[in-house]
Design a protein around this ligand. Structure first.
Ligand code: SF4
Length: 341
């Protein structure tokens, strides 16, 4: 088994019935042109030559609302991609096709058509499970639409992914946690957590400039997303993304928000710090050493060693060493020497 990978093909902002408060899709996808079927063939042919583990690779249409696109155009794109899916076309070597869409753009005909064209996974942009937040951000669908569409996707046997956003306009920490709980109750196969990034030219940017959209501190959002990573994982739901796509477009167009090139690592570092804190509860001034999986040493120390500094402020010196027997993202206290105050 190799590592799962996607051949990402971005379908820009076409076919959407409305414009969400945060969306400047052309910026997010870093691409302004709609792909042609020929582009799809070219990208897949190139990927077929380069990718080692094709059986773990999916052709992914991201960036727009795929099932809201004009049907003849979306069929042409799928036809082009289908030839590269194992069991469908002569050149079929990839695992399947993955796409993202809106919860209110799912019906039986659409799901039938996707099934026949080699689609294996559908991701829905749920964004929030609070109708108050969905309305305030002009999503144009309800939380109930997410539940219904998810049930249908499941019934048809597709892999289900749900995407949520954190820190949207009018959303509180409680709304975010409720969204997480409702998503857990739907039990998707995968989740993507997108901290909100305010892009130029969006409604959110306008509200932000007018002072109507006030962002919670970055650190609070890291804490919140760390909680979510933990809860989703405990529920057996794979978080395949935590943070926004690191494209230059986002960097250039960003007005405000929670963008960090290593956002997930920040959250995972926070989870590791919490474990250390728990292990050190009641300790005074001391020197300690934790063993962590070698792949997690930098996360245990924190971004730019922020975890080490955090404990130093409490007069606790933390050293970290690698130990293959410790599971990923876990910390084991191996040594502590309390000093007289
Ligand atoms: S549904 Fe998706 S692509 Fe369409 S406007 Fe909203 S965020 Fe953008």
């Amino acid at each position: 088994m190799g590592r799962h990978s996607n051949i990402s093909i971005f379908v820009p902002h076409i076919g959407c019935p409305n414009i969400c408060s945060f969306c400047n899709q052309r910026t997010i996808s870093g691409c302004t042109e709609a792909p042609t079927p020929e582009d799809v063939r070219r990208i897949c042919t190139l990927a077929a030559e380069q990718i080692k583990y094709s059986e773990d690779t999916e052709i992914a249409f991201f960036g727009g609302s795929f099932t809201a696109i004009d049907k003849s155009y979306s069929s042409e794109l799928l036809n082009a991609a289908r030839d590269f899916v194992a069991g469908f076309g002569e050149k079929g070597i990839f695992k399947g096709i993955r796409l993202s869409t809106r919860p209110d753009c799912i019906d039986d005909n659409t799901l039938d058509m996707l099934k026949q064209n080699g689609v294996t996974a559908i991701e829905l942009g749920a964004q929030s499970m609070s109708n108050k937040v969905l309305t305030a951000n002009n999503r144009g669908h309800t939380a109930d639409d997410v539940v219904k569409a998810s049930e249908m996707i499941r019934e048809y046997g597709f892999e289900l992914g749900l995407q949520m956003m954190v820190g949207l306009y009018k959303s509180t920490a409680e709304d975010e946690l409720n969204t997480m709980r409702k998503i857990i109750s739907i039990s998707p196969d995968t989740v993507r957590i997108y901290p909100t990034v305010v892009l130029a030219g969006t409604r959110l940017a306008e509200l932000y400039m007018k002072g109507e959209y006030v962002l919670a501190p970055f650190d609070e959002i890291v804490d919140l997303c760390a909680d979510m990573l933990m809860e989703f994982e405990a529920a057996g739901i794979r978080v395949i993304k935590c943070g926004i796509h690191a494209s230059d477009g986002v960097n250039g167009e960003r007005v405000a928000g929670y963008y960090h090139p290593a956002f997930r690592e920040l959250c995972e570092g926070r989870l590791m710090r919490r474990q250390m804190e728990k292990a050190l509860a009641g300790f005074g001034k001391c020197e300690t050493e934790f063993a962590v999986n070698p792949s997690c040493i930098s996360r245990a120390m924190g971004h730019k060693k922020e975890n080490i500094r955090y404990f130093l402020q409490k007069e606790i010196t933390v050293k970290v060493r690698g130990d293959l027997s410790v599971p990923k993202l876990k910390c084991k206290l191996v040594n502590s020497l309390e000093a007289e105050r």
